[in-house]
Design a protein around this ligand. Structure first.
Ligand code: CU
Length: 280
């Protein structure tokens, strides 16, 4: 439960996602109300000791006391600092019709689109105080990172292109190649930390955000899940338009390596798929 994102591609996304996630993964109990607590959470891509764990990018996201401070240091003449303060009042917690934990989501609004596509995003999970310790919490962020809209675009071109001066920034194919169809910032089943035991109780926190192409249908192979919405429902696919969050609960019982993916065809082909593993 203290994982930070590693990286498999060496590209910018890892560093930035990690920074966003650092907020969500720190042990944070912000101004607890009597009934609720803010959970420390782990994103499903968490890998320990990854190459990017110690990297420090231009964004800082630091929790101090009950506030989170984002610092944007570059591409501006002056340092710009915005401070977000989250409190956890009763109205932020799950109702009696919810599961014991519900997801929220934070992101920078300094330059929302650019900051978002630079990875300054992450989950906040609010749980009832009597939430069972043995529940496994995993967040899945379905977001097509548009790295054309990242603060790191130029740095990436200069770092990874053989001839940066020859790169046509407006070439449609180039632009398309920079749209990363990711789950927790990773594509093509490179997520880690999604291993569960038979008989465990898993809360998946599904979070969708992005642009008009960010209409995701989260589909799990191997197991169904239940969710609440004016009653209890069972399914194996959940619709996730941008700006929506949901807890779905799964009880793994069959050993195997199981696929899960967005069910939109072009998103599958572009890498928005991964696996979770169930062991004895
Ligand atoms: Cu999708």
């Amino acid at each position: 439960m203290s994982q930070v994102l590693g990286n498999t591609s060496g590209r910018e996304r890892c560093r930035m996602i990690q920074q966003g996630v650092r907020v969500g993964t720190k042990r944070t109990f912000l101004q607890e109300s009597r009934r609720f607590k803010l959970m420390q959470t782990a994103l499903g891509s968490g890998g320990e000791g990854g190459a990017c764990d110690l990297q420090i990018g231009r964004f800082g996201a630091v929790i101090q006391n009950n506030s989170v401070t984002f610092q944007r240091l570059s591409y501006l003449h002056d340092r710009e600092i915005r401070t977000y303060v989250w409190q956890v009042p009763e109205r932020s917690g799950p109702t009696s019709n919810d599961f014991e934990c519900i997801p929220w989501f934070y992101y920078s609004t300094v330059d929302m689109v650019k900051d978002l596509n630079s990875g300054l995003v992450g989950p906040l999970i609010v749980c009832r105080k009597d939430t069972k310790e043995n529940i496994v919490h995993r967040v899945l962020l379905f977001l097509i990172f548009d790295e054309n809209e990242s603060w790191y675009t130029e740095e990436n071109i200069n770092t990874y292109a053989q001839e940066p001066n020859q790169v046509d920034r407006n070439d449609i194919t180039f632009k398309r190649s920079n749209r990363m169809h990711a789950i927790n910032g990773r594509m093509f089943a490179n997520n880690q930390g999604l291993v569960f035991h038979v008989g465990s109780e898993v809360n998946w926190y599904l979070i969708g955000i992005g642009d008009e192409s960010g209409l995701h249908t989260v589909h799990f192979h191997g197991h169904s899940f239940v969710f609440t919405d004016m009653g209890a429902f069972r399914s194996d696919v959940y619709d996730l338009p941008p700006g929506s969050y949901q807890t779905v609960k799964m009880y793994p019982k069959d050993v195997g390596i199981w696929l899960f993916h967005c069910h939109v065809n072009v998103h599958i082909g572009a890498g928005m798929e991964s696996v979770y593993t169930v062991i004895e």
